[in-house]
Ligand binder design. Structure first.
Ligand SMILES: Nc1ncnc2c1ncn2[C@@H]1O[C@H](COP(=O)(O)OP(=O)(O)OP(=O)(O)O)[C@@H](O)[C@H]1O
Length: 274
């Protein structure tokens, strides 16, 4: 971040040619000012929403809010765009409390502050209430093997239950281009053709209880972090204490290495179509 910042300082913004450049934009490598960065970042997400017809006026939308950078930026940007472009959406924050002491309890405090900061009603559903078990208790029983698989299945269902309680039409999540590139690579390595064809769709689950969509499908993680940093958004940045997640970590490092070698894989993978 500081490095990007230093390199850009001293020049005029490539886009407005008036203000000093404050950063080098990861997606285009242009040196631009903060104001232009906010504008292009938000406008690109607006275009993704419009082109893919993600929402209809009057819809109730739940934002899967973990308190992390992606969903915090998503909540902030969606509420801004909803006002600016009159989408006519009723937005809600929906959080799942997995019952992980020292991780989810702290990140939920962030979401509770976001509820006030962004004026979005918050609903929290917990594994304890839904299933009678917290992840702390499950890990005590089964250890650290396969715990992420359990947690992923439970979270998926908990989000569906929460969405039903809120009576929303859709659920949006903060999955970004980096997450999707990793998932594409993992599905290739696993030879999972069915998931490979599904994982790049911007909207999924249209035949299930609640459609889900990913407005950040084309947004780079680095840009989300920069946006949160420059806007001083309130988010929680600790990794889950139970998820070493070696397999996904390997995919992430591999993609980063390819990017360093100037392969534009991050840009290409989320565009894969079936
Ligand atoms: N406990 C939760 N409650 C509600 N939504 C969640 C929860 N965990 C994850 N999500 C949703 O799923 C998306 C992807 O989750 P993942 O665990 O991969 O986190 P991430 O990429 O670090 O995102 P974030 O920065 O938002 O935590 C999040 O952006 C969020 O929309």
């Amino acid at each position: 971040m500081a490095e990007n910042h230093k390199k850009a300082a001293g020049r005029l913004c490539y886009l407005c040619n008036q203000r000093r450049a404050a950063l080098k934009r990861p997606k285009t490598l242009e040196q631009i000012c903060r104001e232009c960065f906010y504008e292009v970042f938000e406008e690109e997400i607006h275009q993704v929403i419009v082109k893919n017809q993600l929402f209809k006026p009057g819809e109730r939308i739940a934002i899967g809010a973990s308190g992390g950078k992606d969903s915090t930026v998503l909540a902030y940007v969606l509420s801004e765009l909803n006002r600016r472009h009159n989408y006519g959406l009723d937005l809600f924050l929906l959080s799942v409390d997995e019952g992980i002491t020292g991780y989810r309890d702290d990140s939920l405090e962030t979401v509770k502050r976001n509820e006030i900061q962004y004026g979005l009603p918050l609903k929290i559903v917990s594994y304890k209430d839904l299933y009678g078990w917290t992840m702390d208790e499950i890990v005590k029983m089964i250890g650290l093997k396969n715990n992420c698989t359990f947690c992923g299945v439970f979270r998926r269902q908990a989000l569906d239950r929460g969405a039903a309680l809120l009576k929303v039409d859709k659920l949006v999540t903060g999955h970004n281009a980096d997450d999707i590139a990793e998932t594409v690579l993992l599905n290739i390595l696993r030879g999972d053709i069915a998931r490979l064809s599904r994982c790049t769709s911007i909207t999924t689950g249209e035949d299930g209880p609640i459609p889900r969509c990913k407005p950040f499908k084309y947004t780079y993680e680095k840009e989300i972090v920069m946006y949160a940093y420059f806007k001083r958004l309130d988010y929680f940045s600790t990794e889950c204490i139970y998820s070493p997640n070696a397999y996904r970590g390997f995919a992430r490092e591999f993609i980063k290495d390819l990017e360093r070698m100037r392969f534009t894989i991050l840009f290409i993978l989320p565009y894969q179509h079936h």
